[in-house]
Each structure stands twice: as structure tokens, then as C-alpha cells.
Design a protein around this ligand. Structure first.
Ligand SMILES: [Zn+2]
Length: 181
């Protein structure tokens, strides 16, 4: 989920150079030596859900790289012109083909190293039947004891699952804001 550095100017197509712009900026940017366009790169949001059915949670086995064959909560990059909640619902529909009702924001995880913020909402499943999309090999429900902890694709997913089952044992859910290193 890393982004490769910008190579060419979006305005004129020239090869960019990385340098601190002359406008008082303090960070290196991709600057076009031909038309002087400065390309700003900012963090991306990854949005997803914790779909739950009784004491079980829905995980998807990834049919795409990175982490092919590993298990994840339904999640993906937020698109333009959608809210975080809409994006999380869209990813859950696309990856699992699940029927569900969106609930509250559950976790917000800063992944500063790769310039991402991951947001997971709880989602109440309305059926235990799934129609996984092409990005998913298999979608199935797991109890806490059944979760394949060593086969979880991303640290943000593992952390969110740990928080979810801890809250479930307590009988109350709160919002978890965490920094992933
Ligand atoms: Zn240019």
C-alpha cells in the first residue's frame, strides 16, 4: 500500500525534481523545473468495517497483492465524493457482498510511516450469507478463538480486532484512536 514517488509533472509532463520550493516551504516537494508546478502529497484514508454477527466477525481472504491469501476486515482507499462511512460501506459491499447496517466509528489509526489514516466502523450484519467480489477468495465469520491471528494482513486490522473483542467482553464500545508504528 505504499505510493511510488511522483515522477512526472501533472501539468506539463516534464520529469519533476524533489526539492524544497522557494516559497518559504520547509519540506521537499516534487517540483516541475519546466512550469514550476509544485505537487503536494498528503496522507490517504483507508476506510473499512468490523462486520459482526452474534459473537463472530466477518473476515475476507485477500485475492490481491499485497498480502495475497491473508485475512482482512473489508477496507480500502476512500474515493473522491464519498464520506468515510459511505466508503467503508462500499468496500464492505464490494469485498464481501454482505448485507449490513452501518454503526458508529470504532477505530482511527494513524499509520504515519506510509502516510495513511485507517478508519473502521462497526457494521451489524443482517445475514450470514456473503457474495465475495473478485478481490476476495473467501468471506467467512470467525469467533475470537477462531481468528487466524498470524494470518492477518495488516497491523491496523489486527489492532482493530483486538480492540473489538476487548470491548465486546466489556459489553460497551468506544472509539479507539491509535498510532501504528
Ligand atoms: Zn510542469
Amino acid at each position: 500500500m505504499y505510493r511510488s514517488p511522483i515522477k512526472h509533472c501533472k501539468n506539463c509532463g516534464s520529469a519533476v525534481i524533489y526539492r524544497v520550493p522557494d516559497d518559504g516551504d520547509t519540506k521537499e516537494r516534487a517540483v516541475c523545473p519546466t512550469c514550476a508546478t509544485i505537487h503536494y502529497e498528503n496522507p490517504l484514508n483507508v476506510v473499512g468495517t468490523v462486520p459482526h454477527w452474534g459473537d463472530r466477525v466477518l473476515l475476507c481472504k485477500r485475492n490481491i497483492e499485497p498480502r495475497w491469501g491473508k485475512w482482512t476486515l473489508p477496507a480500502g482507499f476512500m474515493e473522491l465524493h464519498e464520506t468515510t462511512s459511505q466508503g467503508a460501506a462500499r468496500e464492505t459491499d464490494e469485498e464481501a457482498g454482505a448485507q449490513f447496517e452501518m454503526e458508529s466509528l470504532f477505530s482511527m489509526l494513524n499509520v504515519e510511516r506510509v502516510g495513511q489514516v485507517h478508519l473502521f466502523y462497526r457494521a451489524r450484519l443482517l445475514s450470514d450469507q456473503f457474495k465475495p467480489g473478485h478481490e476476495t477468495i473467501e468471506a467467512r465469520l470467525f469467533t475470537e478463538a477462531e481468528i487466524p491471528w498470524d494470518e492477518i494482513a495488516f497491523k491496523t486490522v489486527k489492532t482493530t480486532l483486538e480492540c473489538y473483542f476487548a470491548d465486546r467482553r466489556k459489553g460497551s464500545y468506544s472509539i479507539h484512536v491509535l498510532d501504528i508504528t
